[in-house]
Each structure stands twice: as C-alpha cells, then as structure tokens.
Design a protein around this ligand. Structure first.
Ligand SMILES: CC(C)(COP(=O)(O)OP(=O)(O)OC[C@H]1O[C@@H](n2cnc3c(N)ncnc32)[C@H](O)[C@@H]1OP(=O)(O)O)[C@@H](O)C(=O)NCCC(=O)NCCS
Length: 168
C-alpha cells in the first residue's frame, strides 16, 4: 500500500468543499449527483461525510448515512491522480470506525453492474453481493447491492458520536 494515506488530512466535509466535490463528482460518475444533494447532506443528522485532502487539494470524499441499524455508503470518489494509492481505503477505514461507534449491524451500497474497479474495491473490504436493483440509475443501468454485515454484541455505553473524530 502507498504511503500517501499518511500524508492526507481527513476531516468532516464542509460547505466550502462543495465546489471541489462537484468537480470530482463530474469526473467520476456518468450521471453525477447535483451539488444541491451534497449541500443538503453536509451537516444533516445521522450522516458521516468526510473529505481527504492532500495539501489544499481534494483527493477524495465519502458520504454516508446511518438509519435502521444500517450504514449506507451514498457516495465515494477519489480524484484520478490519487487513485490506487489507498485514499478510498483510508476513507472507508473511517466509515468502518463510524459504523462501530453507532453500533451498525451492516453496511450496504449500490454500485453499477459495469463498475468493475468498484466491485474489486468493495470485495476487498469484505462486501458481498446481496441483490440487484433493475434500472436503478437514471441512464437505465442496473445496480448491484453489496453488503457487509457486522457481528458482535450491541454496545451499551451511551449514544454514538456522529461527527468525525476530530478536525484532522
Ligand atoms: C472505486 C474508487 C473509489 C477506488 O478508490 P482508490 O483510492 O483508487 O482505492 P484504493 O487505492 O484504496 O484501492 C484499494 C484496493 O481496491 C482495489 N481496487 C481499487 N481500484 C481498482 C481498480 N481500478 N481495479 C481493480 N481493483 C481496484 C484494489 O484491490 C486496491 O488495492 P491495490 O491498489 O493494493 O491493488 C475509485 O476508483 C473511484 O473514485 N472511482 C470512480 C467513482 C466510483 O466508481 N465510486 C464507487 C461508486 S459505488
């Protein structure tokens, strides 16, 4: 694994990040989500939205929501120049830590059937295919639903922390 993750700053997404997120979203997805979506998600309750910064440059982001015992990974993207260097893995490490803090029972996401890099990425993180949603995307492509289940006793030590660990 690359040493790049050690040089990254990971912190909660802010509204000031929206322009960079919008640019990376357009580069990364055939049907990008509108900036309004990210704007609403930032700061909303029961969310875990993080960015990875290399110096002042946005290297990647992940947007997640927690509901009904499940963490849903809404979006993850890494800038092309930073791919295959462990950035998404570093972001997902934080999502797994968040899932543990909120005592999630499982984590799931949808991914385009054609998105082989993402399938490989998620499989490497222990996700497995659990279903398929027909014509899930606006352009008509199907989604695979991938899940990773967690086991272990539910915690009894109070309410979960909803924010990232700190500002770094
Ligand atoms: C999928 C994505 C987030 C991965 O980000 P990344 O920072 O490059 O991922 P990592 O470097 O942490 O990769 C970890 C492992 O995942 C797998 N992986 C990641 N990208 C891969 C690719 N293009 N092909 C095959 N395996 C891949 C590898 O096993 C990799 O480990 P390795 O590099 O040591 O072989 C990135 O390619 C991306 O932003 N794609 C466009 C947006 C997207 O498809 N998001 C997911 C939508 S559901």
């Amino acid at each position: 694994m690359s040493a790049l993750p050690e040089l990254l700053t990971l912190r909660d997404a802010r509204h000031a990040d929206l322009d960079g997120i919008d640019s990376l979203e357009r580069l990364s997805f055939p049907v990008p989500w509108k900036s309004d979506y990210f704007e609403v998600e930032i700061g909303a309750p029961w969310r875990f939205n993080r960015v990875a910064l290399y110096g002042g440059t946005l290297a990647g982001y992940v947007f997640c929501a927690f509901a009904g015992g499940e963490v849903h990974v809404n979006k993850i993207a890494v800038a092309p120049a930073f791919r295959r260097q462990g950035v998404a893995s570093a972001l997902m490490d934080e999502v797994f830590a968040f899932a543990s803090r909120v005592d999630a029972e499982e984590m799931y996401l949808e991914v385009r059937v054609s998105n082989q890099p993402a399938h490989a990425f998620y499989a490497g993180l222990g996700f497995s295919e659990t279903g398929r949603r027909a014509r899930y995307y606006f352009d008509g492509e199907d989604a695979l639903v991938m899940v990773r289940k967690f086991s272990g006793p539910r915690r009894l030590d109070g309410p979960p922390a909803m924010k990232g660990d700190s500002g770094h």
